[in-house]
Design a protein around this ligand. Structure first.
Ligand code: KMH
Ligand code: ZN
Length: 275
């Protein structure tokens, strides 16, 4: 089995300091959370940025500032900006961090309800538009799939040439409006992708560690972080992102799975091998 790639989603766009005081907003807070998560074993940082007051933004300038500051402390880490941004943002607004040519970014592969009246919109034409810009800018996309129809969309768009190998999926399960994150759900997602592809799991809320365990046992990779889950265990808030990463490192150890460095993660995913 390949070594385990741990991604840490340190900030998100929706969670707040009121929910967990360790959610980072300022550049200094972002760097601190990023560095501690990296030291704990994260090789990829999934990044949303905020203004100092916590408002989510896709500002190129803000991403540039945060990414440069993180790279100073963690020179080899893979930074994966979000192109999901926050709900209601336009296509071009969401794509702003890709103008900085990061080596990786997310590509959201379908629309879903997002709780209450909210909808996270990713139409087929949105996905084609995002894919074109992402590949043109030489960026390796992580294919975010929130339910099985999104996997089907990826496979259709690959046949038509919009999405290219190597394909790396992220199964984001447990969102209120998306697919749940029971073992049968993740197995269904896993069995639905071609065998040569890689995948990572991101369990939202209570699913974070059960899905991590599935991926550790079945050759997948794992995303954790305050964007997805605020608790280290039921009813106990995590004291930062590093604690969540450390818990996955300990689980991997128990199953005899080594943790990938950023350099190893690049090779496992095939970053730089896009056709
Ligand atoms: N903030 C969510 C609406 C991504 O980063 O690509 C979308 C999201 C997905 O977080
Ligand atoms: Zn995100």
């Amino acid at each position: 089995m390949d070594k385990l790639i741990i991604t840490c989603a340190i900030s998100g766009a929706e969670v707040t300091k009121e929910q967990n005081p360790y959610v980072p907003y300022t550049v200094d807070e972002m760097v601190r959370e990023a560095y501690l998560a990296y030291q704990a074993g994260a090789s990829i940082l999934h990044l949303h940025v905020r203004r100092d007051d916590g408002t989510p933004t896709q500002s190129k300038l803000r991403y540039d500032k945060v990414m440069k500051a993180i790279k100073k402390k963690c020179p080899d880490v893979i930074i994966q900006p979000s192109t999901g941004g926050a709900l209601g943002m336009s296509r071009d607004e969401r794509l702003k961090p890709t103008l900085l040519h990061p080596e990786m970014c997310t590509l959201d592969c379908g629309t879903l309800n997002f709780g209450g009246d909210d909808i996270f919109v990713n139409t087929e034409n949105d996905i084609k538009y995002f894919a074109e810009k992402i590949y043109d800018r030489g960026i390796f996309p992580e294919l975010e799939c929130f339910e099985k129809g999104h996997v089907d969309m990826v496979l259709r768009l690959r046949k038509k040439g919009f999405i290219k190998d190597p394909m790396h999926f992220s199964f984001v399960l447990g969102i209120n409006g998306g697919m749940s994150g029971e073992e049968r759900d993740v197995r269904f997602m896993h069995e639905s992708i071609p065998a040569h592809c890689t995948y990572s799991v991101a369990g939202i809320g209570k699913y974070e560690f059960s899905l991590a365990e599935y991926a550790i046992k079945h050759g997948g990779h794992v995303r954790v972080g305050l964007e997805d889950n605020l608790y280290i265990e039921k009813g106990v808030l995590a004291k930062g992102n590093a604690e969540l990463v450390q818990k996955v490192v300990n689980m991997a150890k128990a199953y005899g799975r080594d943790i990938a460095t950023p350099h190893e993660a690049r090779s496992i995913l095939g970053i730089g091998r896009m056709v």
